[in-house]
Design a protein around this ligand. Structure first.
Ligand SMILES: [Zn+2]
Ligand SMILES: [Zn+2]
Length: 231
């Protein structure tokens, strides 16, 4: 068995607080609220306290240096907010989490094995009003419905959960609501068409770059393994 020297174990002085995006989920029987990832691990639903499992179906512990699996978070809330500007993340909510267990540190954030969700923040609805309910999107994954933070008007006749109910079903997690969209919507101008909402993809680009670096590192390691094994 080949062994590489381990990176020295870091002992954090305090709780490792981070920020990320997630889709709010509700079990098909309506008894449990949970979350699913917006990028890697999109198919996996996790509870308010949960351990990462390999998104690629391997049985190794997360985060493995050979794999890109594990929970991810940003150090700064601004980066999570920036990621939320990407149009594909419209239905996501922002989580404040505490990371623990095994972790790897990157410039912008952490990849780690265990997560506790401290609070959930609902963004403003697409129409600009505050998102104050969680409506059934009609989509989801096996056993889970995906919810969408919207205002009561946009929820229409869809079944909804109040933020308090969602928090209770998630395990007594605090759920906060963003105010109605501020600077981009002015009553004098009327609602800004979606194309004019700033879609700064900076954080997305940086996160993508980090994943690309990680993959390049994995390829180098794999090459080294192949060489050592004389393949
Ligand atoms: Zn893995
Ligand atoms: Zn609305």
């Amino acid at each position: 068995m080949l062994r590489f020297s381990r990176t020295p174990q870091e002992r954090p002085a305090g709780p490792l607080v981070g920020y990320k995006l997630a889709y709010p989920m509700l079990s098909a029987d309506g008894t449990v609220a949970a979350f699913s990832g917006v990028t890697l691990g999109r198919a996996h639903v996790y509870r308010w306290v949960d351990d990462a499992i390999c998104a690629h179906g391997s049985r190794h512990e997360c985060p493995s240096r050979w794999c890109d699996c594990g929970f991810y978070c940003f150090h700064e809330v601004a980066d999570a907010r920036e990621l939320a500007c990407a149009p594909e993340h419209q239905g996501a909510v922002q989580l404040e989490i505490v990371a623990s267990g095994r972790f790897r540190r990157y410039e912008l954030g952490l990849r780690y094995s265990r997560q506790r969700v401290r609070s959930v923040r609902l963004r403003a609805c697409r129409c600009g009003r505050a998102g104050t309910v969680l409506a059934d999107t009609g989509s989801g994954s096996a056993g889970w419905r995906r919810l969408d933070p919207v205002c009561p008007a946009c929820a229409g006749h869809r079944p909804v959960l109040t933020p308090d109910d969602f928090g209770r079903l998630a395990g007594d997690v605090r759920v906060l609501c963003d105010e109605a969209a501020g600077p981009v919507v002015s009553t004098a101008l009327g609602p800004v068409p979606p194309a004019e909402v700033p879609q700064d993809a900076g954080a997305v680009a940086v996160l993508t770059a980090e994943v690309a670096l990680l993959q390049a590192q994995m390829e180098r390691m794999q090459q080294r393994l192949d060489e050592l094994e004389g393949r």
